[in-house]
Design a binder for this molecule. Structure first.
Ligand code: MIC
Ligand code: SF4
Length: 639
């Protein structure tokens, strides 16, 4: 039977013989990655599993999200992560080296390998043919322990590319176009597999922009074939030996086909406050722009930033606008320096930031009140920039540079000559010696793990009682993101390794009384609309509500990673229909007989305003985990 590229990699890593779409599969994991904001929790859980060393081919711990070091919390987290890596045999990437996904693409990702990462943009590595999936920290800790990764066998969509990008259209416009077609929930349960003659025209960094932002479709992951472009990229990175040609078989069957002619694309922008609110840039002509930010794991490659530098060379930024630049890695930074491109950017009036996530996760660089911020990032959720009433637009690097030049959006038809595409050189300067590679076992075993006072070990969670009678403590609408549930930003992210402290901020930007209600009720339920928990992989969005006593989420539908995180921390995710969603109100008391819960069987819910049936789509293993009060309890029990 001809296979899709996704099936090829899945079948080569399958623990078991068959894989049916929609059924649970177990995947052998070759590589893992973590970043600091999810990493501390992942490694506390890893330590609780109690193994002497990681069992994967490669596990990397990056520090890129919170590098501000305001007070002891952050630097203590970094020191903890460094010492865990040294103790258990991981590669450690110190703060400032770069953004995890950019660094992984440059240095470690390999075609045909499986990778899971505690960050939703892990699919970036799909740009060079890896099957790279975002997951919660606990799932990553389990993979480091050599456990197969349990996931739902995805559908596969073929995105058939023809033609070639032209004019000012860039890779970002390809994924914005797809977001417009599919929406932020259109990819749930599916892998986006790119194919067709247009693929060969895209470089690996361009492909990585597209697979990176495939996360915003809700997709399991996105993947490109591994071809001559891949070989060339790996050669530039000094690791051609990692090349492996890979493609789908001719005649492979797909669940859906979407054709995109690259020649027809034009510069696009995602408008506030969702990545799928996409319009052509020409329609925004005249809209004043206060801030431009270029960088993030979506658009911070050498080619992206060189194109920007060439465009602004010899020009001056609009006086009403500011502009930030965060190169994706020190390698990119060095390449820009070597070609005197940073000077072009600085002379333009730009502000250079460290190679880290920075403004993308609200770590500085917030816009002014009500300000319009134009960013090359992947998320524009309300408040994520750190300014609650800011209006954030997502665009390509060239569109962003044009906004900085004019201080407003302008029609691309007036932009003139298109700057030549910035090609990668044959050889890029290596920064590999900046990573801390694992030492020999005798040294590792003597390494002490260092914990600062902000690192509070997880307190155990109790199993699910036989019957639950709980009040509805919050009712929210569709597309609630993990940024709504567990906001980021400098102050709150510094508490990522301290669950009691960070849980005081749950839903703080949505309903400032939620935490008080949880305190009073001790335990309760959240009712939500479609696509609950979209966005980030941060398990704090499950862990902190669980700490506050949330035992069940009743939603119209769930985002993939968040659903898995809820289960991992013992929260029961059940699906309700439109009628029940409309009927359920804040403070309603609902009652569920947990003993009646059986895998795949719907469950009766009693409520004073009327009973209803909820859909239970948990596998028997997932049910076992929820009943036990979470995955760590399950693992301990089965040991
Ligand atoms: C994000 O882009 O939202 C983050 C910050 O990278 C998250 C992870 C986190 O919350 O730590 C993600 O995408 O998974
Ligand atoms: Fe970092 Fe932003 Fe990428 Fe998340 S989306 S990994 S915060 S750069």
């Amino acid at each position: 039977m001809p296979q899709t590229l996704t099936e090829k990699i899945i079948f080569a890593h399958l623990n078991g013989k068959t894989a049916t779409v929609g059924q649970e599969i177990e995947l052998k994991i070759d590589q893992t990655l973590t970043q600091d904001a999810t990493g501390t929790m992942a490694y506390l859980q890893w330590e609780a599993i109690g193994l002497p060393e990681v069992q994967t081919e490669l596990s990397v711990s990056y520090v890129d999200h919170n590098t501000l070091q305001m007070g002891f919390r952050n630097p203590d987290d970094h020191r903890y992560l460094q010492s865990v890596a040294a103790r258990y045999g991981l590669v450690f990437s110190p703060p400032g080296t770069g953004i995890c996904h950019q660094l992984h693409l440059e240095n470690f990702a390999k075609p045909g390998k499986t990778l899971i990462g505690s960050d939703s943009h892990t699919p970036t590595a799909g740009g060079l043919g890896a099957l790279a999936i975002g997951a919660g920290g606990l799932s990553v800790a389990m993979a480091m322990a050599g456990e197969p990764y349990k996931m739902t066998m995805p559908k596969v969509f073929r995105i058939w590319l023809t033609g070639k990008l032209s004019g000012f259209a860039g890779a970002k416009d390809v994924i914005l176009h797809l977001l417009k077609i599919l929406s932020v929930k259109g990819g749930v349960g599916a892998v986006m597999e790119y194919d067709g003659p247009g693929v060969a025209t895209l470089s690996v960094p361009e492909r990585a922009t597209i697979t990176n932002m495939g996360a915003e479709l809700g997709a399991t992951t996105s993947i490109f074939p591994s071809d001559e472009q891949t070989r060339r990229f790996l050669a530039t990175m000094g690791r051609e030996e990692d090349f492996l040609p890979l493609a789908a078989d001719e005649g492979a069957k797909y669940d859906r086909e979407i054709a995109i002619n690259l020649c027809e694309l034009e510069p696009l922008a995602a408008c506030p406050h969702m990545p799928d609110k996409v319009v052509p840039v020409r329609e925004l002509d005249g809209l004043k722009v206060n801030q431009v930010a270029i960088g993030s794991c979506t658009n911070s490659s050498y080619s992206d930033l060189k194109a920007v530098a060439e465009l602004v060379r010899g020009k001056k930024i609009s006086e009403d606008c500011e502009m930030f630049l965060s190169p994706g890695s020190k390698q990119v930074m060095k390449m820009l320096m070597d070609e005197n491109l940073l000077a072009a950017f600085l002379d333009f009036g730009g502000r250079l930031l460290e190679s880290s996530c920075g403004p993308c996760i609200g770590m500085g660089g917030s816009p002014c009140s009500g300000g319009v911020s134009v960013r090359t990032f992947n998320r524009n959720f309300e408040g994520r920039s750190g300014t609650l009433d800011a209006q954030v637009y997502l665009v390509s690097p060239l569109t962003a540079a044009m906004c900085a030049l004019h201080g407003k959006f302008t029609d691309p038809a007036t932009w003139g000559e298109f700057p030549p595409k910035a090609e990668l050189p044959k050889k890029a300067p290596s920064i590999r010696d900046l990573f801390h590679f694992p030492k020999e076992q005798s040294v590792r075993l003597q390494t002490q793990v260092v914990r600062g006072p902000n690192i509070v070990p997880l307190s155990p969670f109790d199993p699910l009682p036989q019957s639950l009678t709980l009040p509805v403590l919050l009712k929210v609408g569709d597309n609630i993101t993990t940024d709504h549930i567990m906001p980021a930003g400098a102050e709150i992210t510094a508490l990522r390794s301290n669950i009691p402290a960070i849980s005081r901020h749950v839903f703080s930007r949505v309903d400032s009384e939620f935490v008080d209600r949880c305190d009073k009720a001790a335990s309760g339920i959240i009712v939500a609309g479609e696509n609950y928990g979209q966005g980030s992989s941060r398990e704090h969005a499950a862990l902190a509500p669980r700490h506050l006593g949330i035992r069940i989420v009743l939603a119209r539908s769930f985002a993939r990673i968040h659903r898995a995180n809820l289960i991992n921390f013992g929260i029961l995710p059940l699906i309700i229909d439109e009628k029940s969603y409309t009927a359920l109100q804040l403070s309603d008391i609902v009652e569920i007989d947990i003993t009646k819960l059986a895998s795949g069987q719907n469950i009766e819910i009693f409520c004073q305003t009327g009973n209803f049936t909820a859909k239970n789509d948990l596998s028997s293993y997932e049910l076992e985990v929820v009943r036990a009060g979470g995955l760590l309890n399950t693992v301990r029990k089965n040991k």
